[in-house]
Design a protein around this ligand. Structure first.
Ligand SMILES: Nc1nc2c(ncn2[C@@H]2O[C@H](COP(=O)(O)OP(=O)(O)OP(=O)(O)O)[C@@H](O)[C@H]2O)c(=O)[nH]1
Length: 509
């Protein structure tokens, strides 16, 4: 069982602003009943029926106020007003009976009742209204005995027809007002719909974007598609050095506006006062910047908009966009940082062993399934790292590893997977390639890296020179079963190491 609790507002203020229908009908209803009161008084005077007709007619003056209070006090104000409209029909029906079916009154008042109900509730409601009007009129006749007096005087006819004209014009004016309101509501709903879609789009874009630049570019592209009348830009600046813009995207700004925008935003560093006007431009368009405030943990962020003016509605929308964009950017930054931590080696920034093994599994799968793509690996081991560590310390050993990684990176192509496999071991995986790819890189490494003198800085600050030597071993899936390619490369690398050691002992190097 559901229990409807009275809302705290209603409990404190029972007399609230009624539904717009009740507000709109108040003036024409008051006019119609006052006019009918006037008609009654006139007829009473002409016929000499005096207070016996005028006194009950006072009810007509009271009813519009009662109807308004009824709508204002009701829990469901709209329903109450609908009931009022029905009651109008019943009351007017009775009154036409009281006025002995004076033709123009019965005609116009009945028509007005039918029309009002038709406008708010269609044919069914109009039929209900007609039943009540006729019921009231005929019921009164049945109770008091039917007396017909369809004509009173020309003056009364003129009064009645003029009143009807004013009434129908008033109703037309009410309908015009209501239509205008509906038109505005539709425009507002369409705008809110666009905002809602833009916010949804931002969420979808953020999920799909592989990196921050794509996220910002796509987000602005979507905002621009939803709001082509505005231009947008977003800037993420380093917190400690706001003059350094780490990520930026622009959509729909003029070249002049873009120029020096990063610098102007950097000058606003530490300001989080909602939306700030950046500049006035000659063509009446302005630039506004809204800070992403504390919503980003790593950067200062700004959403810039070019718009003709800033009204409260636009400001509210901007705050929504900024919130959504900041949340999406922060999530992506954290996601990428997490991904990097999981995939990368902390010292060199290369892929780690875990990532390489996943990539290798992919290549093995690719070889085992049609069309059976070949792959190759090159394994490398830095000679003498232990000695470097022992002689100069681990700080120098670390620098040595980092320098080797840097050099290896310069020889790799996009698509090759270079990973630090262990302490001083590196592996390059060449997906969709045969042994020649691995041998080509091995030759490059031999030519450019072997015997290279690396200048490193020891703990005390003195320079240390270390000579770079690498043992290499390569293998491809053409020579061995896919699962054994890495082991074969490893064996060949140790054979190379042994050969080099022997040569070194024999003094050939
Ligand atoms: N500084 C530093 N040393 C490391 C790191 N990881 C492993 N090592 C050291 O690297 C050495 C690797 O062992 P080995 O491969 O036997 O050393 P090596 O002197 O290169 O010997 P060969 O490879 O046989 O020439 C060990 O001394 C490890 O302590 C690291 O991240 N930093």
């Amino acid at each position: 069982m559901s229990v409807t609790k009275p809302s705290p507002i209603r409990a404190g203020r029972p007399f609230k602003r009624p539904h717009r229908l009740a507000l709109a009908t108040l003036p024409p209803r008051a006019f119609a009943f006052c006019h009918t009161f006037g008609l009654t008084v006139w007829i009473a005077m002409l016929e000499g029926s005096g207070w016996s007709l005028v006194l009950p007619a006072l009810l007509l003056l009271v009813w519009p106020a009662v109807a308004y209070a009824h709508a204002a006090l009701a829990q469901d104000s709209k329903r109450a007003e609908f009931r009022n409209l029905y009651f109008d029909s019943l009351l007017f029906g009775v009154w036409c009976g009281v006025l002995e079916y004076y033709f123009w009154a019965t005609m116009f008042i009945g028509l007005a009742c039918l029309m009002n109900n038709m406008v708010v509730g269609g044919v069914r409601r109009m039929a209900g209204s007609m039943a009540l009007f006729l019921g009231g009129a005929l019921g009164w006749g049945a109770l008091t005995g039917f007396e017909f007096r369809p004509y009173v005087s020309v003056e009364v006819d003129i009064y009645q027809v003029a009143g009807a004209v004013v009434y129908f014009l008033a109703i037309a004016n009410v309908m015009f007002g209501q239509n205008r309101k509906i038109g505005r509501s539709i425009t507002e709903i369409a705008y809110k719909n666009r905002v809602f879609h833009a916010l949804l789009d931002l969420g979808v874009v953020a999920n799909r974007a592989p990196d921050i630049n794509t996220l910002l570019d796509d987000s602005l592209m979507h905002l621009r598609a939803d709001f082509p009348q505005y231009g947008f830009a977003v800037f993420l600046q380093e917190r400690q050095r706001p003059e350094v813009t780490r990520y930026a995207a622009v959509a729909g700004l003029r070249i002049n506006d873009e120029h020096g925008l990063g610098r102007r935003l950097a000058a606003l560093h530490d300001q989080d006062a909602g939306t700030i006007k950046l500049s006035d431009s000659m063509d009446g368009e302005q630039l506004y910047a809204t800070s992403m405030g504390g919503r980003l943990s790593m950067y200062d962020g700004w959403l810039v908009i070019r718009a003709p003016g800033l009204d409260p509605a636009l400001e509210r929308v901007l705050t929504l966009f900024v919130d959504q964009l900041a949340a999406a950017t922060e999530n992506k930054l954290l996601h990428l940082a997490l991904k990097k931590a999981a995939e990368r080696d902390g010292l060199t920034g290369l892929y780690n062993r875990g990532y390489l093994e996943l990539a290798l599994q992919q290549s093995i799968k690719g070889k085992l399934q049609p069309p059976g793509l070949d792959f190759a690996v090159l394994m490398m081991d830095v000679d003498g790292l232990k000695e470097v560590n022992d002689r100069h310390g681990h700080v120098v050993g670390d620098q040595f590893i980092a320098i080797v990684a840097e050099h290896l990176m310069t020889h790799c192509r996009e698509g090759d997977t270079l990973a630090r496999y262990g302490g001083d071991e590196f592996v390059i995986l060449f997906p969709s390639a045969d042994l020649s790819a691995a041998e080509r890189i091995a030759a490059l490494i031999r030519t450019h890296m072997e015997g290279k003198r690396c200048m490193l800085i020891a703990t005390q600050g003195e320079q240390v020179e270390v000579t770079l030597r690498l043992s290499l071993g390569s293998a491809s899936s053409r020579e061995a079963p896919a699962q054994e390619v890495l082991t074969l490369a490893d064996t060949r690398m140790y054979e190379d190491k042994s050969r080099r050691r022997k040569r070194s002992v024999l003094g050939q190097e």
